[in-house]
Design a protein around this ligand. Structure first.
Ligand code: GDP
Length: 302
């Protein structure tokens, strides 16, 4: 399964890796080539600062190394990229049950980024890890959202707590979900939330309230922000708005299949100071992977 996911990531990203390696393996690396390297990195959404850092580091290393062969270049590039992605960040998920209550995970993000799908996939992964999971459908704004989540619940074999009333109070649904999770002694409660960005103040109020009300029964262990990798700078702006509203503990980057924009991982981590913990690589139940810096860079360059 891992090999399959990696293959998909490789397919989507190798345009970036291949392009860079081809450029850096040229007989003569002149200013034009460095410009092209920069352009390639910017196109991959790495962001201007990390791009300049990487190019400076590579220029220095290429100069020092004198002679270059493709294998050497690949090693340099790999090392510098891994540094940027930062293997020292803690990417573990806080899904361990407490003595008296489940772990509580809130999933936030703008509509359409893949939030509900991510909750479904994450439930599946946790179940495969022998955990009892319960879903809370606190996205009560879109009528179809709760249904969609319940469908995922049924598919994965876990219960879903939702309201039968259209436009119910999301905080009260989230509260009921955690209450049910405590009563049923599950390991993890995953709460799907609404993501309307049109009204920033409204969103702030709503997400803040969901969290406050949930925390009457126990501290939220993990707030995962879901971002669509294909939206580039736009995703970064969304991330900043959410980070103002709630303390984000991890990023889920979806739709990394079929895009060569993997550089966004670095840009987002820099901007928020929060690690990418999971990546979405397709629409299927198994298309979610734990993020790991070295594996990601290897996929980029293979
Ligand atoms: P939400 O509005 O944020 O809850 O978004 P949904 O979970 O409904 O997903 C929106 C669309 O994106 C759906 O068609 C999903 O199948 C699709 N989607 C979600 N995650 C991924 C992913 O990792 N890769 C791809 N290719 N599609 C995804």
């Amino acid at each position: 399964r891992l090999a399959r996911l990696r293959a998909r990531l490789v397919r989507s990203n190798n345009a970036l890796g291949k392009g860079l390696l081809a450029l850096l393996s040229r007989d003569r690396i002149d200013e034009d080539v460095w410009d092209e390297v920069e352009e390639t990195l910017l196109m991959a959404d790495l962001g201007t600062e990390p791009t300049m850092e990487l190019v400076d580091a590579l220029r220095e290393r290429v100069k020092v190394a004198g002679s270059r062969n493709p294998a050497e270049v690949k090693d340099m590039l790999r090392e510098e990229l891994v540094k940027l992605v930062d293997p020292s960040m803690d990417r573990s998920l806080a899904t361990q049950r407490h003595a008296d209550r489940p772990a509580i995970v809130m999933v936030v993000g703008v509509n359409g980024v893949g939030k509900t799908t991510t909750v479904g996939k994450l439930a599946r992964a946790l179940v495969a890890d022998d955990k009892d999971v319960l879903l809370g459908a606190a996205d009560t704004f879109r009528a179809a959202a709760a249904e969609q989540l319940a469908t995922w619940g049924a598919r994965v074999g876990v219960p879903t707590v939702k309201s039968d009333v259209d436009g119910a109070d999301p905080a009260s649904v989230a509260f009921e979900a955690v209450k049910a999770g405590i009563e049923q002694e599950v390991d993890v409660v995953l709460i799907d939330t609404a993501g309307r960005l049109q009204n920033k103040v409204g969103l702030m109020d709503e997400l803040g309230k969901v969290k406050r009300v949930v925390e009457k029964q126990g501290t939220v262990d993990e707030v995962l922000l879901v971002l669509d990798a294909t939206t580039g700078q736009n995703g970064l702006n969304q991330a900043r708005v959410f980070a103002e509203v709630v303390n984000i503990s991890g990023i889920v980057l979806t739709k990394l299949d079929g895009t060569a924009k993997g550089g966004i991982v670095v840009a987002i981590q820099r901007s928020l100071g929060v690690p990418v913990k999971l990546i979405g690589l397709g629409e299927g139940a198994d298309d979610l992977a734990a993020f790991d810096a070295e594996g990601f860079v290897d996929a980029l360059l293979s």
